[in-house]
Design a protein around this ligand. Structure first.
Ligand code: SF4
Length: 258
């Protein structure tokens, strides 16, 4: 943006020159994030889809999106220019819109920073990070770390594989059919817990989407996340699904400060 255009828009220099995928920080750097888009008035969060209103957790998911936008509003506001409107836009074009309530945004940010302080103090005091985690259907179901999170998998085993919206499962390879076209192939997997009911399951995968597991020997342990269900209720992979060899997943270790 040229200086003249920036002056006309009234946008501060720091914001006007910021590409909207850049990392913004607030509250002394303890709050950080990348808003999807911000113009002079509106902060927008893009989602691939909005939750089906018939889902029990739909309202909580939408509330989480608004919470995210309240925090983005603070990140933008601390640069000197508060947005007036917050929007959630789905790929379908469906749009939700709210006026930005600055007080509510500040409260949200203070609450997030307080929670961060509490957690950091507990870790400084030697608390076990696993004991601080609070796994649940809603939080874990949307969490990008669930494939590598040891707390999540322990919770699944202990809770009879709770029905999160996009399924997660664990098992081992029984056999592989490499397919004919160089892309589509099938793995037969024995899954643990209720996902394994009905015996070994053949799952269609694509090398171009899910990676190539055709060289894996029998018995290779797998983790499957963000899976969908077939009409018979059993698990299937779609374009969102990720499949990992368990022995290739990095182990999380908490470093000691001393
Ligand atoms: S998957 Fe792990 S990190 Fe993510 S919300 Fe669940 S417990 Fe927390």
């Amino acid at each position: 943006m040229t200086q003249a255009r920036r002056r006309r828009s009234g946008m501060p220099r720091s914001l006007a020159s910021a590409p909207w995928h850049c990392l913004l920080t607030a509250r002394g750097g303890r709050l950080a994030g990348r808003p999807d888009q911000y113009d002079r008035f509106t902060v927008t969060e893009y989602k691939s889809a909005l939750p089906d209103p018939s889902w029990a957790e739909s309202a909580s998911i939408i509330d989480g999106y608004w919470r995210q936008l309240r925090l983005y509003s603070v990140l933008i506001g601390e640069t000197g220019s508060w947005p007036t409107t917050a929007r959630i836009v789905a790929a379908s074009g469906q749009t939700l819109e709210e006026q930005v309530n600055r007080t509510a945004c500040e409260v949200e940010a203070d609450s997030a920073v307080s929670a961060l302080d509490v957690m950091n103090q507990a870790l400084e005091g030697g608390a076990n990070s696993s004991a601080l985690a609070n796994p649940g259907k809603l939080a874990c179901g949307q969490c990008p770390f669930l494939a590598i999170c040891p707390v999540f998998w322990s919770w699944c085993e202990a809770s009879s594989w709770p029905e999160i919206r996009e399924l997660a499962a664990r098992g081992s390879i029984e056999s592989v059919d490499p397919g004919m076209d160089g892309d589509l192939y099938a793995v037969k997997v024995s899954l643990r817990g209720r996902h394994g009911g009905g015996g070994p399951l053949s799952i269609a995968l694509r090398r171009s989407v899910h990676g190539d597991l055709t060289g894996c020997p029998t018995g290779t342990p797998l983790r499957i996340v963000f899976a969908n269900t077939r009409p018979d209720g059993r698990l299937r992979a779609d374009i969102s699904t990720c499949v990992f060899r368990e022995d290739e997943i990095p182990e999380i270790r908490i470093a000691s400060r001393s």
